[in-house]
Design a protein around this ligand. Structure first.
Ligand code: ADE
Ligand code: ZN
Length: 348
């Protein structure tokens, strides 16, 4: 994957505190870490990394390389390191809060029991929080192209483990959106909802506005991953705005995967102007040559001022899958930053 020229590089985000709701933990693995662990465990990753970058050319090959890279994470310590690295880098770039997606199916693919996977990741989160102060939570995702039964199993895993792991607070749906329909995952979402988990689902990334409408109607998540292709149907945009469904928008991912050909075509501005509640996210940062700061820089280059960018962070914290006291604490931190910036966060 070549450098992502569509993302502005000048500002390096950090001017305003940032928060991220949408990042896949396996997708946050730096190629250097993957190569190091491949060496440690004697795993062949030939062909998926060249010149320090992942090699893929479309969504299908991206998913295949992502799956192969995830195979080098073999034990709880590997995953602790991944989570700690990811959150430490985010905190140093100016993030105060981060959620990330975890996938027990990817752990199983590498021969790891889900419980060890979760315990390792939770260790990494706690280490990063204690050294940097960043607050973080985890969201179990089902991978839709593995089928409804596997997604339901992921929901059961989330429901059973959230009882003893307070950092696990959400359930979501990822994978190839062109496969299966929202109805197929209704039972999984009911299981997660009954367990008190926050809900999010990828939709409107590779499939169109109709899938956003049906995902919202049937699965009733409070957030939609991407959702950008809702822009193709004004009534779907209106529905998102009216219901206050939060969009986890990932501009760098959309550009790298060719959902939009260039920054000018990206609907971020139009969705905000239509009244949608928007957040900024990096999705799978090293795969798309991006990071959260670059996403905030993208917004700055698109004309969003510091107050509006702070508004994206506030939207994320308001939509975060956290308890009320944690949310209030994070919002208080934003007020302090807004005063320092002289820029009250506007609704974005
Ligand atoms: N899994 C990892 N990255 C993804 C993306 N951009 N869309 C759907 N599933 C994913
Ligand atoms: Zn995603």
């Amino acid at each position: 994957m070549a450098a992502n020229p569509a993302l502005a590089r000048a500002g390096r985000g950090g001017e305003v505190p940032m928060a991220e709701l949408h990042c896949h933990i396996e997708g946050a693995a730096r190629p250097a870490l993957v190569l190091e662990l491949a060496g440690k465990h004697g795993i062949d990753v030939g062909g998926i990394i060249r010149d320090g970058a992942y090699v893929w050319h479309d969504f299908t090959s991206f998913l295949a390389v992502y799956d192969r890279a995830s195979l080098v994470f073999r034990d709880a310590a590997d995953y602790a390191r991944l989570a700690e690295d990811h959150l430490t880098v985010l905190a140093r770039s100016g993030a105060v809060y981060a959620e990330f997606f975890i996938s027990p199916d990817h752990a199983a693919g590498a021969g790891m029991p889900g419980k060890a996977y979760l315990a390792g990741l939770a260790d990494g989160v706690r280490r990063a929080t204690s050294t940097t102060g960043i607050e973080a939570r985890m969201i179990v995702v089902g991978v839709r192209h593995l089928g409804a039964d596997r997604v339901e199993a992921a929901a059961r895993f989330a429901a059973a483990n959230a009882v003893h792991e307070p950092l696990l607070t959400g359930f979501g749906l990822a994978g190839d959106e062109r496969i299966e329909r929202p109805q197929d995952f209704a039972r999984a979402f009911d299981i997660a909802r009954d367990a008190g988990l926050g809900l999010t689902a990828h939709a409107g990334e590779f499939d169109g506005a109709e899938n956003v409408r049906e995902t919202a109607r049937i699965l009733k998540p409070s957030r939609i991953g991407h959702g950008v292709r809702a822009i193709e149907a004004p009534d779907v945009v209106r529905m998102l705005a009216d219901k206050g469904i939060v969009l986890e928008i990932c501009p760098g991912s959309n550009l790298a995967l060719g959902v939009y050909p260039d920054a000018a075509s990206h609907p971020l501005r139009r969705l905000v102007e239509a009244g949608c509640r928007v957040t900024l996210n990096a999705d799978d940062p090293p795969f798309f040559d991006t990071d959260l700061a670059a996403e905030y820089d993208f917004a700055a280059a698109a004309g969003f001022g510091p107050g509006e960018r702070l508004g994206f962070t506030r939207n994320a914290i308001e939509a975060a899958f956290v308890d009320g006291a944690t949310r209030q604490h994070l919002l208080d931190r934003l007020v302090v930053s807004a005063i320092a910036l002289g820029a009250p966060p506007s609704s974005g």
